[in-house]
Design a protein around this ligand. Structure first.
Ligand SMILES: C[S@@+](CC[C@H](N)C(=O)[O-])C[C@H]1O[C@@H](n2cnc3c(N)ncnc32)[C@H](O)[C@@H]1O
Length: 246
């Protein structure tokens, strides 16, 4: 059959729903942990740790004393953040092999194993966190809405939410293509009670890594032009202050 959609990932033609990583337990097992040795990986985490550190320093009141990171993989980013901010209570949630690597390497913080694809069980977590992080994670789960609703519940009035949203131009895997185009993504965050936060001096940052230069889509009108080829869009959100239903 002739293809009728825009190809955004070179595997678009061969994926079936059951092929999506999120449904499988084997992520970060021996066959995939080698991905951490790919060149550029540590540099990306260093860049992200720098942004998170900047946000922590910029939000001294209220101070960021607790962080929850969803889908961190084995937790390398968390260790870089904790190196500069060792007193933060850092919780992470991913799958069992990610936790095995985290524990085997005596990483600081606490990793929980939970399947977040279609539900979010908060057992063992704090009532709220000062900062929540999802780094290239939301686009992998089957029910991003339940994740966003639960993140909202785990935020207090002054919490921040730091998101890395991958640019589709880099050929990422998506369950829902289009939902993560910049305008649609900001709209999804908004209907879950989240608004841009300028606590870090801006609410959006780019990446030193660049993608091929495909033109802007109609669903990317609010994306700043200088971020069209940024590998990731890093976005800082907070709870909407006046989100009483109209
Ligand atoms: C693209 S990776 C991002 C990893 C890391 N945050 C980074 O940016 O390098 C997506 C992460 O989400 C985790 N993940 C995917 N589906 C999940 C699920 N159903 N429950 C918990 N974690 C999941 C994966 O194990 C993986 O670590």
């Amino acid at each position: 059959m002739e293809k009728f959609w825009t190809s955004r990932h070179n595997n678009d033609d061969i994926f079936g729903l059951s092929d999506f990583d999120t449904l499988h337990e084997n992520e970060w097992d021996e066959s995939s942990i080698g991905r951490l040795k790919e060149s550029g990986w540590m540099n990306r985490y260093k860049w992200e740790a720098g942004l998170i550190s900047h946000i922590i320093k910029s939000t001294e009141t209220p101070a960021i004393n607790s962080i929850l990171e969803l889908g961190p993989g084995p937790g390398l980013l968390s260790q870089m953040v904790l190196e500069s901010h060792p007193n933060i209570d850092y919780h992470l949630i991913d799958k069992k092999f990610a936790k095995q690597y985290f524990d085997d390497n005596n990483f600081n913080g606490e990793m929980f194993v939970k399947d977040l694809s279609v539900e979010f069980n908060t057992d063992g977590l704090l009532d709220s966190y000062d900062l929540v992080i999802t780094n290239d994670f939301l686009e992998h789960v089957l029910n991003p809405s339940i994740v966003l609703q639960t993140i909202h519940k785990l935020m207090h009035d002054d919490s921040r939410y730091f998101i890395s949203n991958p640019n589709w131009r880099m050929g990422h895997q998506y369950v829902y293509r289009g939902l993560f185009d910049f305008d649609n993504f900001i709209y999804m965050l908004k209907i879950h009670g989240l608004q841009p936060s300028t606590a870090g001096g801006s609410f959006i940052w780019g990446s030193p890594l660049v993608t091929p230069n495909y033109p802007k889509l109609d669903s990317e009108k609010s994306l700043p032009d200088n971020l069209v080829t940024a590998w990731n869009h890093y976005i800082l959100m907070e709870k909407e202050k006046n989100n009483e239903k109209k």
